[in-house]
Design a protein around this ligand. Structure first.
Ligand code: NAD
Length: 487
């Protein structure tokens, strides 16, 4: 059966206290399909009023039904959310693809299964969590107890909408908190469906609330300013993170930040070139390069520089761009007109800065509608160029040759970001030596995007504050109290 890729209009309401509701103001905004520029539906625009209702519902549920539920039942509910996401995988993948412009196969094989796994993983992880105890000779014993932080605001970006939302929501609920979610305004669809999924899984009313809207002077700002929100977990741009920090400071909220990146992909001459090319195609262009972990700065050791470029350019030219619902499509549409223009602005800048385009740099021929851009490889830029320094968040990479380990480490660290890095080498000692000197929170050697959810995930420098994953997520989403008993 051929998949229905045309849209029956999907209007998004808020999900507050277990019910879908419109904004009191009646305000809505339009949601467009970036691949066709067609209207997907309208979205209720929330503000102070809706955030306030959602926070009140979340507070009531925190101290009411959610608190009373025993850990075993909480685990069962989380697992059921994961199960229902899998049962509804095709529908969710279709919505994710319509909303973001990403290939359907990608949403169906990565975004949605991983969203389900986020719940399964944190449900299982919860069962094994303990706390610390320290004895002070025969004088006293200390032990700590863990409790939820409270009402947590979860603010999300548009690039991996359900995957990243659930990466926050699952540990947030596992640790006993209640949540007010602000999805990205560009991608409200799967977040809206998640409300219903949580309800069907047995999540009590008020535990999960979803308020749509924008950032400044809208739902996002109202959430970060709200005096009864205890913590904010934010994933998005570094500049937005700075604004949120200033706003959250007024009520001293606990903050977790997953921000932007400009990640180096370092390729030494002794690496297996075919493997490098295969993975570098993905780490450069998957999801149209709209992944915070994409390796957008490629450094290649001089002896294989020409050979690398020849193969990399040839493979890039083979990538099929276009209809996200065509299974052959490797590159879909960028998220919005505004973002498309922003990325194109960087291409203009690259030309001004003296860059040469080995492929890409333009709209693919024959695609009249949609925010499509050919995957682009740029050489000839100096490390101080803006295009090499700033996050573009599109299918654009720069390639720069290097002559020594010291030089490439210096170049890799020469940015205010520090999210991830990839190192390609078959020299074991060098792998350890270089990895330890790269300023990034996540470092892969001879691979990319290989994730074990128990490991610390997050950035250093201006790429983030704190870590998510396994115990690190629980540290953020819980408060510890130490109890000292004199014996
Ligand atoms: P963005 O910062 O523009 O928006 C993210 C969210 O913040 C949206 O929901 C938006 O409405 C909200 N927001 C904006 N201004 C706000 C304000 N003043 N107060 C409260 N909320 C506000 O980011 P984006 O364009 O949606 O996402 C792309 C960025 O996210 C890139 O920089 C990318 O690197 C980063 N990102 C990082 C990670 C990571 O794990 N480190 C993962 C994915 C994306």
């Amino acid at each position: 059966m051929k998949m229905e890729t045309k849209v029956k209009t999907f209007d998004c309401k808020h999900f507050i206290n277990g019910e879908y509701v419109a904004s009191k103001s009646g305000k809505t905004f339009e949601n467009l399909n970036p691949a066709t520029e067609e209207l997907l539906g309208t979205v209720c625009e929330g503000g102070k009023e809706e955030i306030d209702r959602a926070v009140k519902a979340a507070r009531k549920a925190l101290n009411g039904p959610w608190k009373k539920i025993k850990q075993n039942e909480r685990i069962a509910i989380l697992r059921r959310i994961g199960d229902i996401i899998l049962e509804r995988k095709d529908e969710l993948a279709r919505l994710e693809s319509l909303d973001t412009g990403k290939p359907y196969w990608l949403a169906s094989s990565v975004d949605i299964p991983r969203a389900a796994y986020n719940f399964h993983f944190f449900a299982d992880y919860l069962r094994g969590i303990g706390t610390e105890a320290y004895q002070m000779d025969d004088d006293a014993i200390n032990y700590s107890i863990r409790r939820p932080v409270g009402v947590v605001g979860l603010i999300n970006p548009w690039n991996l909408p359900l995957l990243l939302l659930t990466w926050k929501l699952a540990p947030c609920l596992a640790a006993g908190n209640t949540a007010v979610i602000k999805p990205a305004e560009l991608t409200p669809l799967t977040a809206t469906v998640l409300g219903e999924i949580c309800r069907d899984a047995g999540v009590p009313d008020g535990v999960v609330n979803i308020v749509h809207g924008f950032g400044p002077n809208s739902a996002g700002a109202a959430l970060t300013e709200h005096p009864d929100v205890d913590a904010i977990s934010f994933t998005g741009e570094t500049t937005t993170g700075k604004v949120i920090m200033a706003s959250a400071a007024k009520t001293l909220k606990k903050l977790s930040y997953e921000l932007g990146g400009k990640n180096p992909n370092i390729i030494f001459a002794d690496s297996d070139l075919d493997e490098v090319i295969e993975t570098t195609i993905k780490s450069s262009f998957i999801n149209q390069g709209e992944v915070c972990l994409c390796g957008s700065r490629i450094y290649v050791e001089r002896p294989i520089y020409d050979q690398f470029l020849e193969k990399f350019v040839a493979k890039t030219k083979e990538l099929k761009i276009g209809d996200p619902f065509d299974p052959q499509t490797k590159i879909g549409a960028l998220i919005s007109k505004e973002h498309y223009e922003r990325v194109n602005g960087y291409l203009d800048l690259a030309k001004e800065e003296g860059g040469q385009f080995l492929t890409g740099g333009k709209r693919p021929e024959g695609l009249k509608k949609g925010y499509y851009l050919e995957p682009t490889i740029i050489v000839g830029l100096d490390r101080s160029c803006q295009v090499v320094q700033e996050e573009i968040f599109g299918p654009v990479v720069t390639v720069i040759p290097f002559d020594s380990e010291e030089e490439v480490i210096m170049q890799a660290n020469d940015t205010h970001y520090g999210l991830s890095a990839t190192i390609w080498t078959n020299n074991l000692r060098r792998a350890h030596r270089v990895a330890a000197q790269i300023e990034a929170g996540i470092i892969w050697v001879n691979t990319w995007f290989l994730r074990d959810l128990r490991t610390p995930f997050g950035g250093m420098k201006q790429s983030g504050i704190g870590r998510e994953g396994g115990m690190h997520s629980f540290e953020f989403y819980s408060e510890l109290s130490n109890i000292c008993i004199k014996l």
